[in-house]
Write a protein that binds this ligand. Structure first.
Ligand code: SF4
Length: 450
């Protein structure tokens, strides 16, 4: 009984995969720890880290430093660092922070109960083993107020893009058994869930190495067949592994949302080759054209890196050309940041920081223009929205997401939270849309759509 009262606080850095991993940590530790939103109350404080850019790594080290006073006040507190920085730094983190009890890597999550028990006896330990087999877990418990879920379907990556640390910190690709995924999603829908996002470093290569080979598109079909699933999304996809079969699933599977995040990273073939991406700009644009033909309402988002080693002004201009040609609805753009162990970190022709900053500003100005154009095209249309919460800009307004992933703020009753409803888009802004709620015509009471 006393054990169940122990409190766990998790601070998460990084991507959706890390958010899902933090949920997994809470799930695995649930027999002994309950989550607390207040770090001051915690008996176990875990930091889930991201190593994709140097900045995120620096933030973790600075947070660790700032936790010294808390640890002095509460010496019994167990402080642990997990995730990609932990995987990369291992023992070095223990040496960096003498008040740190535990360092666990990306697969150490599965061994957390034992690691935490040992740390509570005063042992300082590191577990960064990467194993080929990843255990499946007991069925997740879904609370009935939860309407969105992230479900990890695979871990690791085999691609070795020359800028990316993922294969080193998350290991090789490993797909979960399809039936375990179907069961997890079915249980979520039975508990009232509406939207599922499938996660993996490279989801569209899902299925390799399974005892019963299943392609990613076949998995989508099985999930789409589950009665009650309203929205299905996935991230992230590699353009090279985007099959014709998957392209045609858009527009055919009713739950599959008309949005694809397809990182292109650069627009010059020379740079794509040095990045080891495995496609040319023309091949990427040909897939975009096929997508738009298969599903004219498709929204596309992407990731872009500026200032990759050797990138010239002419190469950079080709990235801008590709952005215009693809007509991205949204882009996440970053300055290249050398990461330990990666091949590109050793390339001799690193781009000066000032040039990277200047190019990033130009690229983001172009993307703002493209996003605003894509938003403007939606004005006047009536669309389905899943209401996710209060608007960030005004607590009086609700905020929801279209199937095509844009955020819409609108006035409506709070009871709509977690429901699918309809809005007419009235205004386009650079980062969001404004809408007018369209109450269900047939009844004055709140009603969800089929
Ligand atoms: S495919 Fe993605 S996760 Fe894999 S190495 Fe390339 S950038 Fe990293």
């Amino acid at each position: 009984m006393v054990e169940a009262q122990r409190k766990l606080y998790i601070r998460t850095f990084g991507c959706q995969m890390n958010v899902a991993d933090s949920e997994l940590m809470a799930q695995i530790l649930a027999p002994e720890y309950v989550l607390t939103p207040a770090s001051e109350d915690a008996d176990l404080y875990l930091i889930n880290t991201c190593a994709i850019r140097r900045k995120s790594e620096e933030k973790v080290k600075s947070l660790l430093g700032s936790l010294r006073p808390l640890k002095r006040r509460r010496p019994q507190l167990i402080l642990g660092v997990g995730g990609c920085v932990a995987q990369q730094e291992g023992e070095r983190l223990l040496a960096f922070a003498p008040h740190l009890n535990l360092v666990f890597g990306t697969q150490g999550i599965y061994r957390l109960p034992d690691l935490v028990r040992r740390a509570s006896t005063g042992e300082r330990l590191v577990d960064v083993a990467l194993k080929r087999e990843i255990p499946d877990l007991p069925q997740r418990h879904w609370s009935s107020d939860r309407f969105q879920a992230m479900v990890t379907i695979m871990r690791g990556c085999n691609n070795f893009c020359t800028f990316c640390v993922v294969p080193y910190v998350r290991g090789r690709e490993h797909s979960r058994e399809p039936q375990a995924i179907v069961n997890e999603v079915a249980a979520f829908i039975n508990a009232g869930g509406k939207e599922v996002t499938l996660l993996g470093q490279n989801v569209n290569s899902y299925g390799r190495g399974l005892s019963e080979p299943v392609t990613f598109t076949e998995l989508l079909q099985r999930l789409d067949d589950l009665p009650g699933l309203q929205r299905l999304r996935f991230a992230t996809s590699h353009p090279r592994d985007l099959s014709t079969e998957l392209i045609h699933a858009f527009g055919q599977l009713p739950a599959l949302c008309e949005h694809l995040h397809l990182p292109v990273q650069a627009g010059a073939d020379r740079i794509l080759k040095r990045m080891n991406r495995g496609y040319t700009a023309a091949e990427y644009l040909a897939k975009v054209a096929m997508l738009r033909q298969a599903c004219p309402d498709m929204a596309l988002s992407t990731d872009l890196i500026v200032g990759f080693p050797g990138e010239t002004e002419a190469d950079f201009n080709q990235t801008l050309d590709l952005m215009r040609a693809a007509g991205f609805d949204q882009a996440f753009s970053f300055k290249y940041s050398p990461r330990p162990q990666t091949r590109a970190a050793a390339f001799p022709d690193q781009v000066p920081e000032a040039a990277k900053t200047e190019r990033l500003m130009r690229l983001q100005a172009l993307q703002n223009e493209l996003t605003l154009n894509s938003h403007a095209r939606l004005v006047g249309q009536e669309r389905e929205v899943l209401v996710e919460g209060q608007s960030k800009r005004s607590p009086e307004e609700l905020s929801g997401r279209l199937r095509t992933n844009q955020v819409v703020n609108f006035s409506g009753p709070r009871e709509l939270l977690g429901c699918l409803t309809r809005v007419t888009i009235t205004e386009a802004h650079p980062h969001s849309l404004k809408g007018r709620w369209v109450p269900p015509a047939s009844t004055s009471s709140m009603q969800e759509e089929d």
